[in-house]
Design a protein around this ligand. Sequence first.
Ligand SMILES: [Zn+2]
Length: 415
Amino acid sequence: MSRIISVALFLCVSVGMTAQAQQDPPKVVKISDSIYMAPLGANVYLVTTQAGNVVIDTGTSAVAPDARKLLQAESHSPVKYIILTHGHADHIGGISLWKEAGTQIIAQNSYVELLNYVTRLEGFFAPRNAAAFNRPQAEVGTWAGNYGAKIEPTILFDQKYEFTLGGVQFQLFSTPGETPDHLTVWIPKYKTAFIGDNYNGFGEPEPMSFPNIYALRGTKPRWALDWIHSIDTVLALKPEVLLSGHGEPIVGNAEITRRLTRFRNAIQYVHDEVVKGMNSGKDVFTLMQEIKLPPSSDMTESFGKVSWSVRGIYDGYAGWFDMNPSTMYESPPSSVYPDLVRLAGGPDPLVRLALEKLDAGNPVESLHLTDVVLAYDPGNNAALNARLKTLEHLREHSENYLEVGYLEYGIQATK
Ligand SMILES: [Zn+2]
């Protein structure tokens, strides 16, 4: 449970708590004489050179001023480059604070579509993000159009981009994974890799968590094979220091290799099991039930759940049609739920069955039954109470932070 709490706190910070709200005021972590980290939920990094500074990621807009204050206490030199490991809000919120006349802002090409996608669907994402992170729903303005995002980078690249500042070479590689625009920054002089959120500290201390190959708040497919390839790219650099978007630095090539290899192998295993299952004609729900991490993988599911990723991979490859002719049409299964309730002689036997399912250790079927009754009568008190009991049971037994968020959302909605 403490692991969940630490992840929860961690995400709260990344989605908007101020630094002052934390118990201990955050301090800069000195990685080396030239690299500093401000750990404010999402890490903000400062790399100093004799010709000016490079900022890597900028935090949320809420924590960015504190991150900047901490890092500027280490060096006031002009900011020549801001590098964005990816376009998620917890990494790009402080761009305007760091940007000076002449500062170049670098991102990978797919950054543009990622930001347009998030802006295009702002009204869709607002309630989902609010539920996931247990926060009030963000205000949604008028629709900005399909290409309405504010795009701040001044340099975009496809596969690789290099520059040298003050004698320090920076190499940037396209490494799609958690997002299609993910990039890795590699500084050969310091044998240091900045991996963004393609590997993060969720679930730390060890064992760490499986990632979200699909995120419940809604994402395009996160291509597992790309992600694996990207981790391989980082491993091939043989870093001695690995700095991620969240969590602690990892030092020493042996430890970095051990963790990254375990991580990429877990993704590979789940991906390949889904592909095998698809090729043998298994449906997505069977695979969600069957595919488990091998015991040797030694990971939790406190952040990403394997079953969600199984479905994400399956649907990413195949889309929504499951070969059942009845799913080709506009009318969902729930369109006949009221008829089933009438056939059962009213809600009572179904509510009883829901509670029996819950007692028998089958809370998900219990939830389905309350769906059936509530389609017939949305205000049915007995069904709402059974649903509440079931959701609270699921919340009590969940070890996954995001699952708890959506269960909590369901509990509030039921109340
Ligand atoms: Zn992040």
